[in-house]
Ligand binder design. Structure first.
Ligand code: C5P
Length: 224
């Protein structure tokens, strides 16, 4: 499959997209974050809007303009993203393109953590965050199509198919991070999209183009 979805392919559908990193605060000036730019998720939101959907975009901390006609909710942490995404249901489609932190500091220090004389180490205790994608897929108001992303550096298909089953999602879009074709902080992307019984390669192409192809694939797999 190539090219954009047919005009109006998602008309009348509500599409919820999460994008960008999350920042997990350590103290008032420091956080644990990641290198997600948010570009892929924003491109998916834009492509879904262009295909006629009503689009809600839950965005982590990114420096990107809101695509025209898209309703944006800004969040910072994984916990906030979880609350915003679940609060925006129901939707026909959920695309979890955010790089949600897997761990967050157990405690946020009220004051800036100081260097301690005589100690060369600092131990941060991290606890698991909620899994937004898995919780959307298990929700009573589960969207008809739940789409996850996988950023893997090796054995992409193996891990992507594992995620498909473990998180009970309908599509997993995998990209290679760190390799020549991948992923974070880049404008071009190649996705391998997996579902039960099939797969499709999208790109390499600019993220906007890959996003349009993904939206066409989503529209084609959405129950009528
Ligand atoms: O298991 P892994 O983190 O690699 O799975 C990636 C997928 O799960 C992405 O779609 C991401 O948005 C989602 N995810 C999530 N909440 C988390 C961790 C990952 O929604 N806490």
């Amino acid at each position: 499959m190539s090219g954009a979805p047919a005009a109006g392919a998602l008309a009348g559908k509500r599409v919820l997209v999460s994008a960008g990193p999350t920042f997990e605060d350590i103290d008032p000036v420091r956080f644990v974050g990641n290198r997600s730019s948010g570009k892929m998720g924003f491109a998916v939101a834009e492509a879904a809007r262009e295909a006629g959907a009503e689009v809600v975009l839950v965005a982590g901390p990114v420096h990107l303009d809101t695509p025209a006609g898209v309703a944006r909710i800004d969040v910072r942490s994984a916990a906030q993203m979880h609350a915003a995404v679940l609060g925006a249901l129901p939707a026909d489609v959920y695309v979890g393109a955010a790089a949600v932190a897997d761990f967050t500091p157990r405690r946020v220090s009220e004051h800036k953590i100081k260097k301690t004389a005589g100690s060369d180490t600092l131990v941060l205790e991290l606890v698991r965050t909620p899994d937004v994608l898995a919780d959307v897929a298990a929700h009573p108001r589960r969207p008809a199509l739940v789409v996850g992303f996988a950023a893997e550096t090796h054995e992409v298909e193996h891990y992507a198919r594992g995620k498909l089953a473990a998180k009970r999602v309908d599509l997993i879009a995998a990209n290679l991070v760190g390799g020549a074709e991948g992923g974070f902080e880049r404008d071009d992307n190649t996705l391998a999209v997996y579902w039960h019984g099939g797969e499709q390669r999208l790109g390499p192409a600019p993220k906007r183009e890959v996003a349009a192809q993904l939206v066409a694939l989503i529209a084609g797999r959405l129950p009528a």
